[in-house]
Write a protein that binds this ligand. Structure first.
Ligand code: OSB
Ligand code: MG
Length: 394
């Protein structure tokens, strides 16, 4: 037990030592949000539902330097249309931005010298991580432009290119899923993730494995499995035979403990998505898996929008890296802007598995920017200042 107490202390002190860039005081001058509905090129289905469009929120923050120059940045809020993933939706993000965060940002002269000063402005708000991430993203873009560097370098991201996988939604039949997986394989993605749900799992995965015996493959249950149901647990155990990279978030989105209990019974690593909302959760699960001596069966999906910002994501990546827990950057069907931000994030050495940066075709019928060039499973990290993306917001 003492050993585990030490692990916990070590990780908490490591967390303290991850420091963001400190910079000259920036005065926040204006903040406005542009809202846009983007139509998916094909509907996306997960265990919790199907949707064909996303409402995006693009905050634009303007800062003035001490020398009187102004610099602007843009971020993205990317909730699902309904509160089925993390409790946020179009309506909650709109409300929280308009009613709470923007008024707080506008309330008095705000001097920002690090990301913590910015977070402090809306720090009292519990939850609403996607709304917060939208604001933080605009700050990082502005800071990158001010310093004349890509955002990735503000986080010591060193990779010049990142590997990309893809997330394949639920389909009605194994044949339909296999067709999408075929398409992904033709695109040369570095790994494929497929959505599963009880009853749409074993037969579907078997069909994919049959056709692609060596494909790096993983599955995502999006909280659809009842971890107390012997039937559901036996379905998850049956997935062990398919040599999957991981099984992502089979159980409830606020659960970590019973995922650990499940993980004791499976060979395949468990990846947590919905149930990691900040760095302390990451420390908690590392401790839990370590206590069961199964740390090699833990993976963390880091989505900046889910954890309340890019900086929180950096902290989670660094903590996981220290103990050898693999991480990768998941997606929320972001626009070309949000995907570029995720590519910057994935430039960190600590983010060590391929992320969900591309779809099996274009995500949107009309996007807000040209998606970053993708080739043979790889995307280059933009090297222009900020996110390095040219936006058309009207
Ligand atoms: O669980 O990773 C998820 C999309 C919406 C909500 C949750 C998830 C997803 C995806 C899509 O898997 C990933 C992407 O942006 O391509
Ligand atoms: Mg997921």
């Amino acid at each position: 037990m003492a050993r585990h107490g030490e692990l916990n202390r070590f990780l908490l002190s490591a967390l303290e030592s991850v420091k963001p860039v400190a910079h000259e005081a920036l005065e926040l001058q204006t903040v406005d949000v542009t809202e846009k509905v983007l139509l998916l090129t094909s509907p996306f289905e997960t265990s919790f539902g199907r949707f064909d469009r996303m409402t995006k929120f693009f905050p634009v923050l303007s800062f003035k330097t001490l020398g009187g120059d102004t610099v602007q940045g843009v971020g993205e809020g990317t909730p699902l249309p309904y509160p089925w993933y993390d409790g946020e939706s179009d309506a909650t993000v709109r409300t929280v931005l308009q009613e709470y965060i923007l008024p707080a940002l506008r309330s008095e002269k705000k001097l920002i010298c690090s990301v913590y000063d910015l977070q402090g402005v809306y720090g009292k708000i519990v939850g609403h991580n996607m709304a917060k991430t939208a604001i933080e993203g605009a700050y990082w873009d502005a800071l990158g432009k001010l310093h004349g560097v890509p955002v990735s370098s503000l986080w010591d991201g060193t990779r010049r290119e990142v590997e990309s996988g893809t997330s394949v939604g639920l389909e009605k039949s194994p044949e339909a899923v296999v067709a999408k997986v075929d398409r992904a394989v033709e695109m040369g993605v570095k790994r494929v993730k497929v959505k599963i749900a009880p009853g749409r799992d074993i037969e579907f995965v078997a069909a994919i494995r049959n056709r692609h015996p060596d494909l790096p493959l993983q599955v995502d249950g999006n909280a659809a499995y009842d971890l107390f149901s012997p039937k559901h647990v036996s379905m998850l155990r049956a997935l062990d035979q398919f040599n999957l990279l991981m099984i992502e978030q089979p159980g409830p989105n606020d659960d970590r403990f019973y995922h650990r209990e499940l993980s004791r019974q499976l060979k395949t690593p468990i990846c947590l998505d919905e149930s990691i909302l900040h760095a302390r959760h990451a420390i908690e699960v590392i401790q839990m898996w370590a206590e069961a001596n199964i740390m090699e069966r833990l993976v963390v999906n880091i989505k900046p929008p889910r954890v309340g910002g890019f900086w929180e994501g950096v902290k989670i990546a660094k903590i996981c890296e220290l103990v050898g827990v693999p991480t990768w950057c998941g997606g929320m069907l972001e626009s070309a802007l949000g995907k570029a931000a995720n590519v910057h994030f994935s430039s960190l050495k600590a983010v060590d598995m391929p992320g969900d940066h591309v779809s099996q075709g274009a995500y949107y019928q009309k996007d807000v920017a040209t998606p970053l060039p993708y080739k043979d499973g790889v995307i280059e990290v933009p090297q222009r200042p900020g996110w390095g993306v040219d936006l058309t917001l009207d």
